[in-house]
Design a protein around this ligand. Sequence first.
Ligand code: UDP
Ligand code: MG
Length: 312
Amino acid sequence: MEKISVIVSCYNEEKALPLFYEEMERVRKQDFENIDFEYIFVDDGSKDKTMDIIRDLRNKDEKVRYVSFSRNFGKESAMYAGLEASTGDYVTLMDADLQDPPSLLRQMFDSIKNDGYDCSATRRVTRKGEPVIRSFCARQFYKIINKMSDIEMVDGARDYRLMKRKMVDAILQLKEYNRYSKGLWSFVGFKTKWIEYENIERVAGETKWSFWKLFKYALEGITAFSTTPLILSSIIGILFCIIAFLIIVAIIIKTIVLGDPTSGWPSLVCIIFLVSGIQLFSLGIIGQYLSKTYLEVKNRPIYIVKETEKDV
Ligand code: UDP
Ligand code: MG
C-alpha cells in the first residue's frame, strides 16, 4: 500500500493542534481509503502544552510520530527535520493552524497520480485578514527578488505541498544552514502543479511572524538566491568614480581659466557624507554575504533533537 507522510511544524500550537488532527483525520477517512498515512509532528521547542498534546495523540494513534527540538530552531529547520524523518512515498507539509486546508489534499494527490506531476503546490491568491502594509511589502518583495534571482519565487506560494519521494530526497540533499524553502523548491525543479485558493485565517492561536522577523526572512531570501546586490554596489562604485573624474577635470579647467577662489566647502562636506554613506552601505551588503558564509562554514546542525516517539 502507498503511504503519505504528513509533516506538521508546531510552535506553541496547543490551541490549534487538536482541531488540526480532527480535521486531518476526517479528510483521511473520507478521501483516502486505501492509502497509509503517517503524521509527523515537529515540535519546534514549544513553550506551551503542545508536546503533551502530541504525546497524547501518539498514545491513541499509532500513525502519529514526532520529533521534538531542544529549542526553537525556526520553521525551516522544522520542515527539514520532518522531511528527514518521513518514510512515505508521498510527503506533504502543513501548518498546524489549518491555514493549509487538508481538504485540498485529494485534489493535490490526484494531479500527481493522474496528470504526471511530481509535486502539487498551493498558492493563495488573496491575503485576506493580513495587515495592508504587510501585503504591500510582501508583493514588492516578490517583484524585487524575481528581478534579482534566476530562481523563480511564486508570489503567495505556501509551503503546503505534496511531493513525490524523489523530490523529497532532492530537497534533503540541500544541507545548507540558511534555508529559504521558497527558493529551494524552485531550485530542485520537478514538474509542479499549482493549486490556487483564497487565504484562510488561522483557526486558533496567533501568528509567530512579526514584521521584523518577516523582514529578516526576506533578506535571507535575497542573500540565499541572488548575488545581484554585490554587482549593484560595484556598479554604483564605478559610476561614482566616473563622476568624480569628470568633476576633477572640470575643476582643473576652471582653476586655470578663472583662478582659484576658495569656495564650495559646504558642497564638499555633502559629497563626503554621500560617498561615505554609499561605502558603508556596500560594506553592509558584503557583510551580509560574509555572515551567511560564516554560518555556513561552521557547519552547525540544522536542528537538535530532544525526543522522538522512539524514545518512549
Ligand atoms: N512555526 C514553527 N516554528 C517557528 C514559527 C512557526 O514551527 O518558529 C510553525 C507554526 O507552528 C505553524 C507554521 O509554522 O504551524 C506557520 O506559522 P504561522 O501560522 O505563525 O505563520 P503564518 O501562517 O502567519 O505565516
Ligand atoms: Mg499560519
